[in-house]
Design a protein around this ligand. Sequence first.
Ligand code: GLC
Ligand code: CA
Length: 564
Amino acid sequence: MNKIPWWKKSVVYQIYPKSFYDANGDGIGDLQGIIKKLDYLVELGVDVLWLNPIYRSPQVDNGYDISNYHEIEPELGNMADFNELLKKAHEKNLKIILDLVVNHTSDQHPWFKQAKKSKSNSYHDYYIWKAPVDQHAPNNWGSSFGDSAWTYEKDIAEYYLHLFAKEQPDLNWENKKVRNEIYNLMRFWLDKGIDGFRMDVISLISKDPAYLDGPIIQNKKYGSYYAGAANGPRVHEYLREMNHEVLTQYDIMTVGETPHTTVEEATKYTAAHNHELNMVFHFDHMHLDYGKNGKFSTKRFSLSALKQVFTNWQEGMAQHDGWNSLYWSNHDQARPVTRFGTDKHEYREAAAKMLGTILHMQQGTPFIFEGEELGMTNTRFKSISDYNDIETKLIYKDFTENKHLSADYAMETIYLKSRDNARTPVPWSAEDNAGFSAGKPWILPNPNYEQINVEKVLSDRNSVFYYYKRLIELRHKLPIITTGKYCLLNPQDEDNYSFLRETDDEILFVTGNFTEKKLVVDLPDSLTELEGKLIISNFSALGTVLKQLELPAYGTAVYLFTKS
Ligand code: GLC
Ligand code: CA
């Protein structure tokens, strides 16, 4: 067998720099703050850090609107800070990957400022421009944040496309000059020694030149751009070119964020022989609680559907030589304990550990979003003005003004789904401002920081933190977690998630209770002749297991069987 690449054996920790730790007291997390907390990450045992965008940006979308790819956002520090961070991280055996945001730039990027000057400007064709059709936008597409995806520049009488905010114009990948600029900026960071990229909405870079109207879904005002922009006609050609010209020259990892991507499509992006990306982030489990208005809804997921999603991806990637990324949340998602487990005081920690187990025992590369290792919960801010996120603000407006939904309902869906749930500062202690900053934080801390904080988890050997540490150690120690074949048990069961991982000589049995009830779980017949040894659990489980296992509320356990 070929040597297993390092990124298949790694655990990634995602840092949202603005919210991680503020070293200089201006209320905004920064690069020096990350440097100060590196030993915390070493203690947790992760291998790779993924930093959300740290480049110069007007911060309309918190750094996903970049105005200079070669400079550090001054709020976060400067290039000397970055060099220091990279060096110190490497000294501690932590790799660093950066966010690559190249579907669009900021409207303040010099390219766009030139591009909108005139149709003959040499940068004009760096972006996607269309003449009005019957004095309207060229098609009915809405942006991801709810408004039209087209903005009119009256000086040159053309619309430009933006699949996100109007301050985030989409780059024209059809133009080879644009692609070369992107490859150059990638080399700039790779030559500094970074260890890879997370590629923002990379499935959207190739648009179908027909620019047809999209269907109206989820009660939206505008049409959906998915059919015309997701997994477009040239996306695989572009990524193979990028791989050939840049990626293969370095020993790095790549993970593409790929909205609207099925298992089948994802195998094209990640199958080793296609030479595109190592893995992608799909959204199938994130869609399980979408309601009639889309993401912002009070609907709860069903466990059988969740199992089906994970199982499709586990099986699909394994069959086609692809590779999975594994995640419960990130900077765009709610906190997993609230969303897939429970916030209830008596079960919160058990639920956090159970969710961690179900994810970390699957095949793929796990991503831990900052605060997940503390079992952080969603935050209920009192007023819409306490929220910072552009998507949240636009949804509130849309729900209350266009859809005439009550403010209470809008706020409830925001509590459940707002991206700001993920963006509250990491609570380092029970001190003022959650020990995150000596100044006023740019966003309010979760008010439960006195109960849930780093100082507390580090002083308790039974904490979620030490449980996550153990999950990571197990992945490093037991090859079956990386290589074992996944097999789902009891697909229809709405309370219990159990699955096996199997190699030629071992079987791992993984089980989790998604309810407050006690459950009795039967082991599959194939295991009843063998005796399993406990390798991790969140309750005082028996050291060996035979035919049956009793799980308490949100209980979880993993047993390793050796084939005779
Ligand atoms: C991705 C990012 C999200 C951002 C969007 C536009 O989905 O994760 O935070 O708003 O792309 O760049
Ligand atoms: Ca700061």
